[in-house]
Design a protein around this ligand. Structure first.
Ligand code: FMN
Length: 359
């Protein structure tokens, strides 16, 4: 029998540890994590995921019960670690509201008050949901919560986007770090939100540097969308690959068709990191609204999560009208590789292609 190459044996050890048949993880995607997508990925041997940021505790418990009922229960539940409340500036919010009227309905004067669900209550729901893996982004879980995870033998995956964050996550007790390259779709996971645009490290540089800096397994994420990307990530030292955008055109993702269609034609240079939707830096398709919002004459976005509240009316009306230019069309730089294909088939195809390249 031929000896497995180091990248394949590392991936195999990761799979054995987490009960997977292949080292492909669905990325947690807030607002884009329907149970159907995780069921399909877990049933194909990968790891499902739920981005629970916007979900109330009951919705988190219902999500976990539904996925567990019809799959082997291999999934991660994920939360954003919150920042202190933002400083409000009513005059500036009025400016942003007037700008947004060009793109959608009138923005109510209290729209900026919208706040995400209570973090502590969500954390309790994560524990009660019985997930085998909990993950964090935008910071680290507080030490007392980490102790409760450890006592329950729950694994902690910490998203990081720099070497310093990886070291901090390992020191805080993370079991695995998820190295997020700046190619990634959705929000950048920087611990210090203000530094997101200045710490734009690509996955090819980030991954080997993080692998060398920590002793725990490293998962690669950002711009991975086919077997070549997974093989490259494993060769650079990753134990598994986490994929987001490439699943967004699957039927199980139930993505708004305008967004799904726009992904198909988005070249790497057609995506951009901006604060236009939420006030926090995230990568989306450079739609007409995004281009206007980042132009020098546009008002600066309000801080997170105020901007998210201010843009809600535009985003909702854009989604209803299937007008991608007024929707938040999050996309990684490999968006155009996303195929209309069942998620289970994507998982199998990507791993089959990666294995050929790695053998
Ligand atoms: C629509 C969308 C929502 C996301 N929401 C979250 C989230 O709530 N939590 C999180 O850790 N990462 C989130 N991410 C980032 C992904 O976990 C991952 O880093 C990214 O999808 C990888 O890049 P790719 O999209 O090119 O595969 C999101 C990504 C997308 C595309």
């Amino acid at each position: 029998m031929t000896k497995l190459r180091p990248s394949l044996s590392r991936a195999r050890a990761f799979c054995e540890r987490f009960g997977l048949r292949l080292p492909i993880l669905l990325a947690p995607m807030a607002g884009a994590s329907p149970p159907s997508l995780s069921i399909a990925v877990a049933s194909a041997g990968g790891l499902g995921a739920c981005g629970a940021l916007l979900m109330q505790p009951k919705a988190i418990l219902d999500w976990a019960a539904e996925v567990r009922n019809v799959s082997n229960g291999a999934f991660q539940l994920n939360l954003w670690v919150p920042d202190p409340p933002p400083e409000r500036d009513p005059a500036h919010e009025t400016e942003v509201r007037s700008f947004l009227v060009q793109w959608g309905p009138e923005v109510p004067s209290d729209a900026g008050n919208a706040t995400p669900p209570d973090f502590s209550a969500q954390c309790e729901a994560l524990l009660a949901a019985g997930a085998p893996i909990l993950s964090s982004i935008m910071g680290l879980y507080p030490p007392e919560f980490v102790s409760r995870l450890k006592a329950r033998k729950i694994t902690w995956f910490a998203n990081i986007s720099t070497v310093a964050e990886a070291r901090a996550a390992e020191a805080a007790g993370a079991d695995v770090v998820v190295a997020q390259g700046m190619e990634a779709g959705g929000h950048r996971g920087c611990f210090d939100a203000s530094g997101a645009e200045h710490e734009m490290v690509g996955l090819f540089a980030l991954l080997p540097a993080v692998v060398d800096a920590v002793d725990i397994p490293v998962v690669a994420t950002g711009g991975i969308a086919d077997g070549r990307g997974v093989a490259a990530a494993l060769l650079l030292g990753a134990s598994a690959a986490q994929i987001g955008t490439a699943f967004l055109r699957c039927p199980e993702a139930k993505t708004n068709p305008a967004w799904a269609d726009a992904l198909a034609v988005a070249r790497p240079e057609d995506t951009v990191v901006s604060r236009a939707f939420s006030g926090r830096a995230g990568r989306s398709i450079a739609t007409d609204y995004v281009r206007a919002a980042i132009a020098p004459d546009a008002p600066a976005p309000a801080p997170y999560p105020v901007q998210r509240g201010l843009t809600a009316a535009m985003r909702e009306s854009g989604a209803k009208a299937r007008d991608v230019h007024r929707m938040q069309a999050w996309a990684g730089q490999s968006a155009a590789m996303a195929r209309v294909e069942p998620a289970g088939e994507i998982v199998s195809r990507i791993w089959r292609d990666a294995e050929v390249l790695l053998s």
